[in-house]
Design a protein around this ligand. Structure first.
Ligand SMILES: C[S@@+](CC[C@H](N)C(=O)[O-])C[C@H]1O[C@@H](n2cnc3c(N)ncnc32)[C@H](O)[C@@H]1O
Length: 402
């Protein structure tokens, strides 16, 4: 819209004597009133507007299209799965869909749950849903919708049973069965090269990200951790020791793209998986093989994170077979008492931390007092906290370098 301000800036007509320039004034009150009235009329129009039928039709069309695309995608996955399993092309019904896509998912699901529960498989429904989520190519939250749009059935369910449920029945963790694990905003490869990331680790990693970003904590147990002003840049250095799948290091690299993030592990297998996870998520972390903090320069880090193995030899023997028989022993056992690596890290961390740096280390739920003692013994930390997870179990030691 034109205003008196626009006219004021127009060039004078050629040949006319130039009048002395008036002092620049804003638009007159009359113009402002007209503009205000115009905006008020517009707003009243918007408030009274009812979506026109064409827009509603368009929205309905888009929803229907999305449903068709979702169903087609899932059918393509099923088709490939069936073909791979049977070594032949799946039979196709007159409507072009695999014949398998007819039937009763609920009944199958119930039967599988009963079979897995009878085989003493812990959290059978959760594990079945994990596998189903992967196969339907959707997020866990979308699983009910995906199943409602086109429930899998028949031959597909036989294939599912043969490929996946048989492994669950053997006790394999659901993440290893589908080779996927989810950690904060990351989708990771999961296989026996490294430990499966746990929700407790996810919880404290999220708390650390919030703390370093200057945000208040969501988890009640981490409310004692005050937000600190966000500091980031090439000079901000984070290291994750005992990195395994790389989950913690990668989540930090994603949250702080300008920081320099590195990570280490003793296991070459775990590092290969961590590198694959970095590639798949398009993140940059410098991984290297090392025994704990070996090779890290003195006073170089702003943040050190660690989730070392902390199970005692005795507890390892009693561990649930779905963990003990599948996940790497080196990722679980922390010496005879379980405290060996925790004490070493408590003693060695001050060397690599800058003054004021954060040290966050996951511990076993009965290791709070012993860890606090190890940290105090160094006399190098200005603040030490033992924090609990969502289940109220002591889970994390936080210390600040003097
Ligand atoms: C409990 S897992 C943690 C993996 C990952 N950070 C996580 O939270 O899921 C412990 C990791 O420590 C590694 N590890 C064991 N002993 C080590 C050592 N002396 N130095 C470095 N890493 C070690 C294991 O290979 C394993 O990947």
């Amino acid at each position: 819209m034109k205003t008196s301000g626009d006219a004021k800036d127009a060039a004078p007509a050629p040949g006319k004597p130039q009048k002395p320039r008036k002092r620049a004034r804003g638009p007159s009150q009359k113009v402002l009133e007209r503009e205000l009235q115009h905006h008020l009329d517009e707003m009243a129009g918007i408030r009274e507007a009812v979506p026109p039928p064409e827009l509603l039709d368009e929205a309905a069309h888009a929803v229907a299209q999305a449903r068709r695309e979702l169903a087609a995608l899932r059918e393509a996955v099923q088709r490939r799965l069936l073909a791979r399993l049977a070594g032949r092309r799946p039979r196709v019904a007159a409507n072009g869909l695999p014949e398998a896509v007819v039937g009763d998912w609920q009944e199958w699901h119930g039967q599988m749950r009963r079979e897995l529960s009878a085989a003493a498989i812990d959290d059978a429904p959760g594990k079945l849903d994990y596998v189903a989520t992967y196969l339907m190519g959707c997020t866990p939250a979308m699983l009910p919708v995906a199943l409602a749009v086109a429930p899998p059935a028949g031959e597909f369910l036989d294939a599912l049973r043969e490929l996946m449920v048989a492994r669950l029945r053997e006790g394999a963790p659901a993440q290893y069965v589908v080779n996927r694990a989810y950690f904060l905003d990351l989708t990771l490869v999961a296989d026996p090269r490294a430990l499966i990331p746990r929700p407790e680790t996810e919880e404290w990693t999220d708390a650390l990200i919030r703390h370093l970003s200057g945000q208040p904590q969501l988890a009640p147990s981490y409310r004692a951790v005050e937000p600190r002003p966000r500091t980031e840049g090439r000079a901000f250095r984070i290291h994750d020791v005992c990195t395994g799948s790389g989950c913690v290091a990668l989540a930090l690299a994603q949250a702080f793209p300008a920081a320099v993030v590195s990570a280490s592990d003793l296991s070459a297998d775990a590092l290969a998986q961590a590198e694959e996870n970095a590639r798949r998520n398009g993140l940059r972390v410098a991984f290297r093989q090392a025994n704990l903090l070996d090779g890290l320069p003195d006073a170089s880090l702003d943040v050190l994170t660690a989730n070392p193995p902390y199970i005692s030899r005795k507890d390892y023997a009693r561990l649930d077979p779905t963990v003990r028989d599948f996940e790497p022993r080196r990722a679980l056992v922390g010496g005879t008492s379980g405290l060996e690596l925790i004490s070493r890290l408590a003693a060695e961390a001050p060397r690599v931390l800058k003054s004021g740096a954060e040290f966050w280390m996951e511990i076993g739920d009965d290791q709070g007092p012993a860890t606090e003692k190890s940290l105090c013994q160094t006399d190098q930390y200005s603040q030490i906290q033992i924090l609990s997870d969502f289940g109220g179990r002591a889970r994390l030691a936080r210390a600040i370098r003097r």
